[in-house]
Design a protein around this ligand. Structure first.
Ligand SMILES: Nc1nc2c(ncn2[C@@H]2O[C@H](COP(=O)(O)OP(=O)(O)OP(=O)(O)O)[C@@H](O)[C@H]2O)c(=O)[nH]1
Ligand SMILES: [Zn+2]
Length: 369
């Protein structure tokens, strides 16, 4: 029996990974803590049919749990997440309250309980809209055997655990244009849904502060040269600077859309096309300023033998995170991309609302994001 239980390794980690997969498909999971338990389901893809099925089991006790940002967008300033009673589960009302720009809440938002907060964290980990429908598992309701069960503490500790299981999966030389001596080192674990990649450019001296960049994935900018941001320039500019200098390490992190995932980022871009700035758009979808954590990136550096860094970034959070994780930040160096009418408002917003160290003097006139 013991052997069988050990087969899936770290059982808590496995359960959360499975719960994340359920969440991404709008299938309910059961979150347990002691004698308490709730059923939770992400609102994305929650259609009328699924709502009708859930409604029967919820028996009028369902609630919609929203983040503080989303509540303030629909006219309920709370400063913390809140829950709206859903005596009847209606798919279009749920979608409207969770995501629509014009939605206004005409009912009270109640304080959430600790298991609701765990359900919201699961949604964040799953890169889906941070809004969940939950209801208590009441006496008399059979705990449905097919429901995926997950302990609340396993979800709370998931990010830390992901960092601690971080390990190198593979490595090989991959010569790049302008940086012939480059090695890709792939790590499993950390944030997001995919592997993380460390790109070792040249031969950095690990006894000295190493030039390092933490680069969050940006499919549109890195790969397609989108004009809406400066990511592609930063990515290539960093590798070039490392190759021309004393080498360095670029971490390519699975944190698309500031940790919101590609689907939410493209939703946010649609809102930007309607006039919202980059943070207003994210808030409309329920997100805070930035969902990313960088602790696991520090762990990647440590496993590569780095103790002290010269970090290439304009983002003070990255600097603070590396220091907070125990690395020495010997210097911080700006990472500059091209400015053009399409990205200058985005850059100015990051400077003004999130304190990014960006200079825009003389930059071209902004065009709406
Ligand atoms: N949600 C959202 N994410 C965006 C938007 N534009 C770019 N991003 C994402 O923002 C992140 C930018 O990553 P980085 O360039 O590593 O980070 P940064 O915080 O700008 O910091 P530095 O570039 O190091 O100064 C990427 O994950 C992009 O996908 C946007 O309008 N909305
Ligand atoms: Zn970008």
């Amino acid at each position: 029996m013991r052997l069988v239980m050990g087969l899936s390794g770290d059982a808590d980690l496995t359960r959360v990974e499975r719960a994340i997969a359920e969440f991404r498909h709008a299938r309910p999971v059961l979150i347990e803590e002691g004698d308490a338990a709730i059923v939770a389901v992400g609102v994305e893809d929650l259609d009328a049919e699924a709502c009708a099925r859930l409604d029967v089991v919820a028996g009028g006790t369902a609630r919609l749990v929203l983040t503080d940002k989303r509540l303030s967008r629909i006219g309920r300033e709370r400063g913390e997440p809140g829950a709206i009673a859903l005596p009847r589960l209606d798919a279009s009302r749920v979608e409207s309250l969770a995501r629509k720009t014009e939605a206004r809440l005409d009912a009270p938002a109640h304080p959430i309980d600790p298991l609701d907060a765990v359900a919201l964290e699961l949604a964040r980990l799953a890169f889906v809209t941070p809004a969940v429908v939950t209801f208590p598992v009441r006496a008399g309701i059979e705990r449905e055997a097919s429901l995926m069960r997950v302990p609340a503490d396993a979800v709370r500790g998931f990010r830390a655990r992901q960092s601690s299981t971080l390990r190198i999966a593979s490595r090989a030389p991959v010569p790049l244009e302008g940086a012939a001596k480059t090695e890709f080192v792939v790590f499993r674990g950390g944030e997001g849904m995919r592997d993380q990649v460390a790109v070792l450019v040249g031969e950095p001296d690990l006894e000295k502060p190493v030039l390092v960049r933490l680069h969050s994935a940006c499919l549109t900018g890195d790969l397609f040269g989108s004009l809406k941001c400066d990511c592609g320039d930063q990515l290539r500019g960093t590798v070039q600077a490392m190759a021309e200098g004393e080498g360095g390490i670029l971490l390519y992190l699975d944190q698309e859309g500031r940790g919101n995932g590609i689907a939410n980022k493209i939703r946010a871009y649609q809102l930007q096309a309607e006039g919202f700035d980059t943070y207003e758009a994210d808030e409309t979808l329920g997100f805070g300023l930035d969902q990313r954590r960088f602790g696991f990136a520090a762990e990647m550096l440590r496993q590569l033998g780095v103790r002290s860094v010269r970090v290439m970034t304009n983002n003070p959070e990255k600097i603070a995170a590396l220091k907070g994780a125990g690395l020495e930040v010997a210097a911080d160096v700006r990472s500059i991309g091209r400015r053009h009418p399409e990205n200058v408002r985005y850059l100015a917003t990051k400077r003004d609302k999130a304190g990014h160290l960006i200079e825009l003097d003389g930059a071209c006139a902004p065009k709406a994001e």
